[in-house]
Design a protein around this ligand. Structure first.
Ligand SMILES: CC(=O)N[C@@H](C)C(=O)N[C@@H](C)C(=O)O
Length: 627
């Protein structure tokens, strides 16, 4: 049994932080709608006036969108029920009024340009929250292989008539209205939504007939379709991306009628992540720049201008930390959620780079842990960046353990974000914490993101472990007490690292991927591996075996804690069970903790706390045993 006492006290000493779900500035730049822990407020963008907007029966607000004339705010409010059900509200200054009740999962509200219709992405009768990170329906009996499609659905604002518009056999991932309201540019695929995002294409959808006309079939993954103000072209991001909504890559432009897509940012050494058109025909984009946030513009000729760069994470909070913001129609004002490892999330408003703080929802949440900074090191000729958090207290002449916390994806990044699960508790335990951005990550351009293709656990692994000796030259790190942890791809890298070296004193693998050969047939999203491995496991098992922790498991000596949700469809629990079984067989100290009714992303606060407590306690126990 692990002694959790000290770690629990440390984790419980971390101040509670309020979650900011979304910020949206009105197109006229006058008002800011914000959802904080499911509660909606609308405030004056200049500060002062702020109204809270209650929904029926204490429903939680999840998403909002403004109409172009800034008069109406659409709100998705969730009922507290076992299966997803939502009411759709309109707010125009009085009480929010429900205009529709939908059974199933609904997201991405967007008004038509003239404000007469509200479009939504709707999966009728879906029995769970959409997306592969959510808890999957457990398998039992004859397996229901019903495919639930996400369709663009419109509500006529005057008559409240609801119409599921796009075809019943196509899943729409993202969309953007055409400026004349006649339809949309949409990213879509036939069949299973969770699995087919990696093969989705760009279409033009007709709002009257629902028909979809293909515009572009990409080589890789697509995100952020945005139609130009004249309706003639669509810009989007195309890149090697491992997860829907975790965006980074090059910006492309294609005629709305289809044809050649042109890369507007070839060779850019950053990772654009969000897009919008400006009135003067430029594309304003948010980007990951060497682990920091930035904004820039590019025009249709590919001329790029840098507008701002800063270390803090800056987003509109609606998708997992995608760098960007919510903008007024003229682009002059933006509302952002800004955070860092030492500043809890708050909403800021202003021109890009000149924001002032609008909220103080997390005023009480002061960082009591060590400072963080962006660090660089060399792996051979490759320069690597990461975020290093110092222990709470560093005394002259003493050395401190290091925990490397590897991000998931692998196409993702560590940013300078408020991190109460790894950086804060482990720093308070007295450790250095490094979150590295090895090859495969965002922040250095597309070639760097693609540099892990057919090489998982190769270059990226060396980028990570090379940090240990490099950082020990600059910081008082005890190289005998080094641990590794991570969730998902980070959990895989943890298993892989301990199968390659015995230099780690302890390891904690969350939802790790231990055996590519069995993983391929167990998970719900096998399409994600094809762009990375070049073939399925059935066609080219050797390319998977090369990166397979299980193939090297007899070499593992590192005490390992394994944590996973029992309803994980992205990296199923069985991957953790297999690793645990093998480590026990070879007498490697190990503990497996399975969180009931949790999916890939551990969601319940009590489970998240337990995860953080056990992680901290595991490193404490095994670092103490190092001679
Ligand atoms: C595509 C995929 O399944 N990736 C996982 C291995 C992964 O790392 N997912 C991300 C979202 C994570 O951080 O959990």
């Amino acid at each position: 049994q692990q002694d959790l006492t000290h770690a629990a006290a440390v984790v419980d000493s971390i101040p509670k932080t309020k979650r900011i779900d979304q910020v949206a500035i009105s197109p006229d730049g006058q008002q800011v709608a914000a959802i904080v822990e499911g509660q909606l407020t609308v405030s004056s963008a200049s500060g002062g006036d702020s109204r809270s907007i209650p929904l029926r029966s204490k429903q939680q607000a999840r998403e909002v969108a403004w109409s172009n004339d800034s008069r109406q705010l659409a709100i998705i409010g969730d009922l507290d029920s076992d299966v997803p059900q939502s009411d759709i509200y309109l707010y125009n200054g009085g009480a929010a009024k429900s205009i529709a009740s939908l059974k199933g999962y609904v997201q991405t509200p967007r008004f038509s340009p003239d404000g007469s219709k509200l479009a939504l992405l709707f999966i009728e009768d879906l029995p769970r929250v959409a997306g592969p990170l959510q808890p999957m329906t457990p398998l039992a009996g004859v397996i229901d292989e019903k495919v639930y499609e996400q369709r663009i659905t419109t509500i006529d604002v005057a008559s409240k008539a609801i119409k599921q518009v796009t075809p019943a056999d196509v899943y729409i991932y993202e969309y953007d209205w055409l400026p004349d309201g006649s339809g949309w540019a949409a990213i879509a695929a036939h069949g299973s939504g969770d699995n087919n995002w990696w093969i989705a294409r760009l279409y033009r959808g007709d709002a009257a007939t629902g028909e979809l006309h293909e515009i572009y079939a990409p080589k890789l993954q697509l995100a952020m379709p945005r139609v130009s103000p004249d309706g003639k072209t669509v810009v989007f991001i195309e890149s090697l991306m491992s997860d829907e909504d975790v965006v980074g890559g090059d910006i492309y432009i294609v005629p709305i009628g289809g044809g050649e897509a042109r890369n507007l940012t070839p060779g850019i050494k950053t990772s654009p992540a969000s897009l919008r058109w400006t009135k003067d025909g430029h594309i304003l984009f948010g980007q990951n720049v060497d682990g920091e946030s930035g904004f820039g513009t590019v025009n249709a000729s590919g001329e790029i201008a840098k507008l701002w760069q800063g270390p803090d994470e800056v987003s509109d909070a609606s998708t997992s930390g995608t760098i960007g913001g919510s903008f007024s129609a003229d682009g002059a004002l933006s509302a952002i959620v800004r955070q860092s490892k030492s500043e809890a999330p708050e909403i800021w408003v202003g021109a890009i780079g000149k924001w002032t703080k609008l909220t103080s929802v997390n005023e009480e949440a002061q960082a009591t842990w060590g400072k963080s900074n962006s660090v660089h090191w060399m792996n051979g000729t490759q320069r690597i960046q990461g975020w290093l958090t110092a222990p709470k207290e560093v005394k002259q002449g003493e050395k401190y353990p290091l925990v490397i916390s590897v991000h998931g994806g692998p196409s993702a990044s560590c940013k300078n974000s408020w991190d109460v699960h790894y950086a804060a508790p482990l720093s308070l335990m007295g450790y250095y914490v490094l979150c590295p951005n090895p090859r495969g990550s965002y922040g250095q351009g597309e070639a760097f993101t693609r540099a892990n293709v057919k090489d998982f656990g190769g270059g990226d692994y060396h980028d990570i472990v090379s940090a240990i000796d490099a950082l020990a030259k600059e910081y008082p790190i005890d190289t005998k007490r080094v641990g590794i942890t991570g969730h998902s791809y980070g959990g895989y890298m943890t298993m892989w690292a301990e199968s390659q070296t015995t230099r780690f004193a302890a390891a904690v693998s969350g939802a790790g991927l231990s055996h590519w050969l069995s993983y391929y047939g167990l998970n719900d999203i096998d399409e994600w591996m094809i762009p990375f491995f070049g073939a399925s496991v059935y066609d080219d098992p050797a390319v998977y075996l090369k990166s397979d922790p299980m193939h090297f498991v007899k070499q593992v000596k590192t005490p390992t804690l394994i944590l996973v949700g029992d309803r994980d469809g992205e990296v199923p629990m069985e991957q953790s069970v297999e690793w645990w079984h093998a480590l026990k067989t070879f007498n490697v100290p190990t503990t497996l903790v399975v969180y009931p009714n949790e999916g890939h992303a551990i969601g319940k606060p009590a489970d998240r706390r337990d995860y953080a407590v056990r992680t901290a306690a595991w490193f404490e126990e095994w670092f103490a045993k190092v001679k």
